[in-house]
Design a protein around this ligand. Structure first.
Ligand code: FES
Ligand SMILES: [Fe+2]
Length: 418
């Protein structure tokens, strides 16, 4: 058993990371590592923050807090999506407290300096005649909107590979027309666990069979298996999967939807993955046994049997795009052992609750799955807090967990120049 001092030598821990194993405890428990995560990961990479659907009108905003940072992501009067630091240029007061809302202008509650939605300062009382308002606009962060998904980077020079990633993702996302989608529901839960445990848990489905009885009815229980690995017990499932996969391939070919999968989880600064899985049962969506949950299909999608387009981005998001709705997930760290997970369900703008979809049915599977995952990662945090915790080996079907941790370590090495 290894016990770590309260202030670990972080550089040594980063350099000494054992490939294929979970991280040593301080990565999940230590305040200094958490501060490093904010500075080296969250302040330097592209973060998924919101969807255009959440800020459809000029003045609509969402605030995003990461460590000591706070950013107002809003649509300005010219409909451009911007990210403005939530810090008044007079004496630094926080401008906006609400997690979301709508403004005409941004007015500081302290001395009422007033900014347009593009961040320019238009009112500052009792300044001398020589005062130059144009020099005191709100500081901006970088924004990249990818087919309705809004990414923000707090770094002065963001990773430039976002353009490569956007070029890959846009053809997959465009048919879902997310920019004009409607938010059917949003939930934010706090998980009592380090953000990396939340992400690691998302990056594998080895636990799904046992932990997620609702979700697993839509998924084939074949995660991580190649055809050669299929046991006799799984053979009937694999045959069912093969038929569904052929159906999905035909549906994609019929609308010239991209067929390729992409896996660049730890080979670039903006690590990502695109996979497109057929669904089990009715093969349509996250209803009971894979049934459709919204009568109006997304964007220009013409068949409900369109599988699950699953997209993962490092460090803080994952997405499920189905024929009839989309579910998007944003993870933000609150502290070494606290993490906010925001889930947003999107539907076609014309879909009417109670007519085209029932909200409980639309959201039921992922509300249950989120609660189950929260219990799993909370129990894991309790475990890694225990001095008896030692690193354990990832399994053959946890390669995306390894890729996430490897990406994290590589990015810290880059940040620390080690
Ligand atoms: S701190 Fe904002 S107006 Fe004074
Ligand atoms: Fe899970």
């Amino acid at each position: 058993m290894t016990l770590y001092p309260s202030s670990p030598d972080i550089e040594s821990l980063v350099k000494g990371r054992a490939v294929g194993y979970s991280l040593v405890a301080p990565f999940y428990t230590d305040q200094a590592v958490f501060d490093l995560d904010v500075a080296g990961i969250f302040a330097k990479h592209w973060l998924f923050c919101t969807t255009e659907a959440e800020i459809p009108e000029p003045g609509d905003y969402v605030t995003v807090d990461v460590g000591s940072y706070s950013v107002i992501v809003l649509r300005d009067d010219d409909e451009t999506v911007r990210a403005l630091h939530n810090v008044c240029r007079h004496r630094g007061s926080r401008l906006v407290e609400s997690p979301c809302g709508s403004v005409g202008n941004l007015v500081c509650p302290y001395h009422q300096w007033t900014y347009r939605t593009d961040g320019s300062l238009i009112f500052a009382e009792s300044q001398p005649p020589t005062f130059d308002k144009s020099a005191f606009g709100l500081r901006a962060a970088h924004v990249r909107v990818i087919a309705g998904l809004v990414f923000v980077c707090l770094a002065p020079e963001p990773p430039s590979d976002i353009e490569d990633v956007a070029a890959v993702l846009e053809p997959y996302l465009a048919p879902f027309e997310l920019s004009s989608a409607k938010v059917a529901h949003q939930s934010e839960i706090v998980e009592e666990a380090n953000w990396k445990l939340v992400m690691e848990n998302n990056r594998e489905c080895q636990h799904c069979d046992v932990a997620h009885p609702e979700l697993i009815t839509a998924y084939f229980p074949l995660f991580g298996y190649a055809e050669g690995d299929i046991t006799p017990r799984l053979r009937p499932v694999f045959e069912r999967y093969r038929v569904a996969a052929e159906g999905l391939q035909a549906a994609k070919a019929a609308c010239r939807f991209p067929q390729e999968e992409h896996r660049e989880l730890d080979t670039r600064a903006t690590g990502f993955q695109v996979s497109h899985m057929p669904l089990d049962g009715a093969g349509a969506s996250f209803g009971p046994d894979g049934e459709q949950v919204c009568d109006t299909l997304m964007g220009s999608i013409t068949t409900a049997q369109f599988g699950d387009l699953s997209i993962h981005l490092q460090p803080n998001s994952w997405f499920h795009f189905l024929g009839d709705h989309a579910v998007v997930f944003r993870v933000l760290p609150l502290g070494p052992d606290r993490t906010a997970v925001c889930t947003t369900w999107l539907v076609h703008p014309d879909a009417v609750e109670g007519v085209d979809y029932d909200l409980d049915r639309l959201t039921g599977v992922w509300r249950a799955t989120n609660a189950q995952d929260r219990a799993l990662v909370t129990a894991t945090q309790v475990g890694v807090n225990n001095p008896a915790y030692q690193q354990g080996p990832y399994s053959l079907v946890e390669d995306d967990v390894e890729a996430f941790v490897n990406w994290y370590i590589l990015r810290l090495r880059d940040h620390l120049s080690i």
